[in-house]
Design a protein around this ligand. Structure first.
Ligand code: GLN
Length: 497
C-alpha cells in the first residue's frame, strides 16, 4: 500500500473510485510518511499531527474532473484558519489568520486534505528557501543542495512524497524554479486565473498562486478545482467554465505548432552547458512530434532582471509597511506600549530578515522623490514594452521555450552572501511574470550528478489550457514519468506501516 504515495493525484482518485482504498486510510499513511521523512528535508513550517476524523472520514466524491480527497501542501504565505501563517517571517510568528485564502477554502470544500504549511523564503523573497526566517529546506535529491525558492518547501513536499499536489506562489519564478530543482511540474497561471484573496502580498501586480504536481494532468485537475470567480479579489479573471482536463484530452496534436526558442536564454555565457544539452534534447523530441522550432530574439533580455527587481522591491516596500508590531505578530502583546517609533524600530529590526530589509531599502529608494523618474517609472515603461513585444511575438509563434533555471540545484550557502548572484538565478523565469503570460516548468532529465533539470514553456495570456495541452503532449512524447528521489525511495522501502 505504501507505494501508492508515489502515484499522481488522478491515479489515486481512480483507486478511490474503484473502492480499493478510502481517503482516511490514505491520509493516515500520507501523514505518517510525511512526518517520518520531514526531519531530513524540512519541507514544512507546520505539519499536521493527526488526521482529523471530520476531514478524513468524508467519502470520496467522484466529481467532474476535480481534485478531491487528495493530500495537498500549502505554502505558508496563504492564509489558513487552522494553521499559523507566517510568510516565513519572524514578524508573523504565531499569527493565526481569522480566515482562509480562497484557494484554501476551495480545497476544503472539495474535501482535499491539507497536510501542512510549507517553508519559503521570507515573504517569498529569494530563490533557495535559505531566506526563511526559520530554517532552510533541503533538496530531496541531494540534501547538501537547495530546493530552489521561494516555494522550496512546496516543491520538495511533492517530490518527497509528503503531498500529491502543492500550492505555491510565483511572483518571479518561485514555483517554476523550485519545480525544476526538485524534479516536479510547476505551473504559473495567467495573473488572475486563481484568486489572490488571502495571499500575503509581496509584489501585488505580479503575485500569483501556482501549482506543483507530478504530471500535467494533475495541474488540469487542480485548475478545474481552483480557478473560480472570486468576489473577494477584484483582479480575479477566472470564469470557471473551462474544463482543463477535457481540453487537454481533446488537444493532443502538436503537428504544425510553432515554438519560439528564446535565443538570449540559450546562451552559453548564462546557461550551464549541461542544461543546454538537455534543452536541445527536448527540442529534438518536439521536432519529432511535428513542432516547428524557430528562434526568437528579445532585445530587452538584459533588462529583465533589473526591471523585475525594481518593480518588486518598490511594491514590497509599500506592502510590508503594514508590519508595525501593532496589528500582527511580533510585538503585539507587549505591554505597556512603548514609544511608537521605538516599537517600529525594534519590531521591524528584529522581525525582518536581511533580504527583506534589503528589498525595503531598495524599494523605498527607487520610489523616492528625485529617483522615481530614473528607476521606478522607467521600469514601469519597460514592463509595458515587454508586454507589447511579447504580444507581438505571439502573433508569430504558439509557445515560447527556455530553460527554467541556468543551473541545476546549487549548494546550500553557495549564493547566500551574494544577493546579485542569487537574483541572477531568476533570469529565465521573470519574463513570464513581467509579460503576464502562463508558464510551466516540466522536469527534463537528470544531469550527470543525478540532479533534475527543468525546461519551460510559455503560452499566450489567458490561454492557460492550451499551454497545458502542449505541455501534456510533450510529456507524452518524451515518455516522462514521475521519479522519486533515491533518498526518498529508500526511506519509503524502510518505512514500517
Ligand atoms: N527570486 C524571486 C524573488 O526573490 C522569486 C520571487 C517569487 O516568485 N516569489 O523575488
Amino acid at each position: 500500500m505504501k507505494h501508492m504515495l508515489s502515484l499522481t493525484a488522478h491515479e489515486l482518485m481512480k483507486l478511490y473510485a474503484r473502492s480499493e482504498l478510502t481517503p482516511f486510510e490514505l491520509f493516515e499513511l500520507q501523514l505518517a510518511f510525511a512526518r517520518k521523512i520531514e526531519p531530513r528535508i524540512n519541507s514544512f513550517l507546520s505539519l499536521r499531527s493527526v488526521v482529523d476524523e471530520e476531514v478524513g472520514k468524508v467519502p470520496y466524491k467522484n466529481a467532474d474532473n476535480l481534485l478531491s480527497s487528495v493530500p495537498v501542501s500549502v505554502k505558508d504565505i496563504l492564509a489558513t484558519k487552522d494553521f499559523t501563517t507566517t510568510a516565513g517571517s519572524k514578524i508573523l510568528e504565531g499569527y493565526l489568520p481569522p480566515y482562509d485564502a480562497t484557494v484554501v477554502s476551495i480545497l476544503k470544500e472539495t474535501n482535499n486534505f491539507i497536510v501542512g504549511k510549507t517553508n519559503l523564503d521570507e515573504f517569498a523573497m529569494g530563490s533557495s528557501t535559505e531566506n526563511s526566517g526559520y530554517y532552510p529546506t533541503l533538496n530531496p535529491w541531494d540534501t547538501t543542495r537547495v530546493p530552489g525558492g521561494s516555494s522550496g518547501g512546496g516543491a520538495s513536499s511533492v517530490a518527497a512524497l509528503q503531498a500529491f499536489v502543492g500550492l505555491g506562489t510565483d511572483t518571479g519564478g518561485s514555483v517554476r524554479q523550485p519545480a525544476s530543482f526538485c524534479g516536479v511540474f510547476g505551473f504559473r497561471p495567467t495573473y488572475g486565473m486563481l484568486s489572490r484573496f488571502g495571499l500575503i502580498a509581496y509584489a501585488s501586480s505580479l503575485d500569483q498562486v501556482g501549482i506543483f504536481t507530478r504530471d500535467v494532468l494533475d495541474i488540469a485537475y487542480a485548475m478545474n478545482t481552483l480557478s473560480k470567480p472570486d468576489p473577494l479579489d477584484a483582479t480575479c479573471i477566472a470564469t470557471g467554465d473551462i474544463d482543463f482536463v477535457c481540453f487537454i484530452e481533446g488537444n493532443t496534436n502538436t503537428e504544425g505548432l510553432r515554438l519560439g526558442v528564446i535565443s538570449g536564454l540559450m546562451n552559453e555565457q548564462v546557461i550551464d552547458a549541461e542544461v543546454l544539452e538537455l534543452c536541445e534534447e527536448s527540442l529534438r523530441i518536439l521536432a519529432g512530434a511535428g513542432v516547428e522550432i524557430v528562434s526568437v530574439e528579445l532585445p530587452f533580455i538584459d533588462y529583465l532582471l533589473p526591471c523585475y527587481y525594481i518593480l518588486t522591491s518598490a511594491e514590497a516596500s509599500s506592502n510590508l509597511a503594514r508590519y508595525d508590531g501593532i496589528r500582527y505578530g511580533l510585538g503585539v502583546d507587549e505591554a505597556p506600549r512603548r514609544n511608537l517609533k521605538e516599537q517600529y524600530y525594534e519590531v521591524r529590526g528584529v522581525g525582518f530578515g536581511q533580504e527583506v530589509k534589503r528589498r525595503i531599502l531598495l524599494g523605498t529608494y527607487v520610489l523616492s522623490a528625485g529617483y522615481a523618474e530614473k528607476y521606478y517609472n522607467q521600469a514601469r515603461q519597460l514592463r509595458k514594452i515587454i508586454v507589447d513585444s511579447i504580444d507581438e511575438i505571439f502573433g508569430e509563434v504558439d509557445f515560447l521555450f527556455a530553460p527554467t533555471s541556468p543551473t541545476p540545484a546549487f549548494k546550500l550557502g553557495e549564493k547566500l552572501d551574494d544577493p546579485v548572484k542569487m537574483w541572477a538565478s531568476d533570469v529565465c523565469v521573470v519574463l513570464a511574470n513581467l509579460a503576464n503570460i502562463p508558464s510551466i516548468s516540466v522536469p527534463g532529465w537528470l544531469n550527470k550528478e543525478a540532479l533534475p533539470v527543468g525546461i519551460q514553456f510559455m503560452g499566450r495570456r489567458g490561454e492557460d489550457a492550451r499551454l497545458l495541452a502542449f505541455a501534456r503532449a510533450y510529456e507524452v512524447s518524451a515518455s516522462l514519468r514521475f521519479r522519486v528521489p533515491p533518498m526518498v525511495e529508500e526511506a519509503l522501502n524502510n518505512f514500517e506501516y
